[in-house]
Design a protein. Structure first.
Length: 354
């Protein structure tokens, strides 16, 4: 099939996936413990669209329903969309740059590094702010950058990045940072519940303020990543080839590390640690389509958003569906329930191919 035909085919696929994503978002905003009619949900959301909003009458809809939709469910769904997109793209970048399909921010300990530093901010510097950024965002960025650099430097052996070394280093950092978080809890018992729940991953505290901080960073960083898809294709082969083709390897690697560290930082700061999204989604996308990053990255972004919105829908409602409870599960538990078996399958598959 010609590349132009493939582009047309992929464009149609993207439109279909995007349409499914919009449908699932509306479905997720509608479904919850508080029963709200789907038509009312659409009307409430439509009333906030600049052009058509003035023609939509929502006066007969209870104010409680409007508050639930606009102030509770909508921001968390928007957050899930962009966190899913950001983590999936970060995972695709790590897998391409490190030439390892089992690399992702969670497995490599980068999310845990961001979480540890963010926990320091919660326990000791909760009131610190620099401009609009709270201490959690600042410390999470520092933690994600430092962990990325350390994992990369320790794992690199003789100009190569062995898979076993990379995974072991990532696991070691994950447990080290987790131990550090447990140690921090001893200093501030009052913050213990907040830190523990936050590290399990949840969109329950999402607000339009956190959306306003997270979304621009994820969007800008995602655009940078997608525009560098060709360079990622070259970097995923080997460094000598990349250099011979005129690619500044170190500059591109540094840029990608900073950009992905920013994404991981804002995602972890906003919703805590949500594992395995960056592992599962790029790999599935690679199976469905092709390893070419020009194709892989946009589809990973769409599938990542769709996956995390669905996981959040399950996390919010599973206990209510099964037992009638009004509480919700951490979204990180749902993503791990999918991701951990998938990771084991990858290890078994890799072992068989040796």
């Amino acid at each position: 099939m010609l590349y132009t035909d493939l582009k047309k085919k992929y464009f149609i696929h993207k439109l279909v996936i995007f349409a499914v994503l919009v449908f699932v978002c509306i479905l997720s905003i509608t479904i919850g413990i508080a029963k709200i009619d789907a038509v009312d949900t659409v009307r409430i959301l439509a009333s906030k669209i600049p052009v058509i909003g003035k023609n939509v009458n929502v006066d007969n809809i209870p104010s409680s329903a409007k508050a639930i939709i606009l102030n509770i469910r909508a921001p968390r769904i928007v957050m899930a969309v962009f966190v899913g997109m950001g983590l999936s793209l970060s995972g695709a970048v790590y897998q391409g740059m490190f030439k390892n399909q089992m690399a992702d921010p969670y497995v490599l300990g980068i999310s845990s590094g961001a979480a540890f530093f963010a926990s320091i901010a919660i326990v000791f510097f909760s009131g610190l702010r620099i401009g609009v950024l709270g201490s959690v965002y600042i410390f999470a960025f520092i933690g994600s950058v430092l962990t990325t650099i350390l994992v990369y430097m320790i794992s690199r052996t003789g100009g190569r990045l062995p898979a076993a070394t990379l995974l072991l280093t990532g696991v070691a950092f994950h447990f080290l940072m987790s131990a550090g978080i447990n140690f921090l809890l001893m200093f501030n018992r009052e913050m213990a519940d907040r830190v523990v729940l936050w590290n399990m991953g949840s969109f329950s505290n999402s607000s339009w303020t956190s959306v306003a901080i997270t979304v621009p960073v994820v969007v800008v960083c995602s655009i940078i990543i997608i525009f560098n898809a060709k360079n990622l294709n070259i970097l995923s082969v080997d460094e000598p080839t990349a250099k011979s083709l005129g690619v500044d390897v170190e500059r591109n690697k540094t840029m990608m590390l900073v950009v992905t560290a920013l994404i991981v930082a804002v995602c972890v700061s906003s919703c805590g640690v949500v594992g395995f999204v960056g592992l599962v989604i790029p790999h599935i996308t690679r199976i469905l389509y092709r390893p070419d990053h020009r194709v892989l990255l946009p589809f990973s972004a769409l599938f990542g958003s769709l996956f995390l919105v669905l996981c959040d829908l399950v996390a919010r409602n599973l206990l209510n569906w099964l037992r009638g409870f009004s509480s919700e599960m951490p979204v990180g538990a749902i993503t791990s329930a999918f991701g951990a078996p998938f990771f084991i399958w990858l290890l078994i598959k890799k072992k068989r191919n040796v």
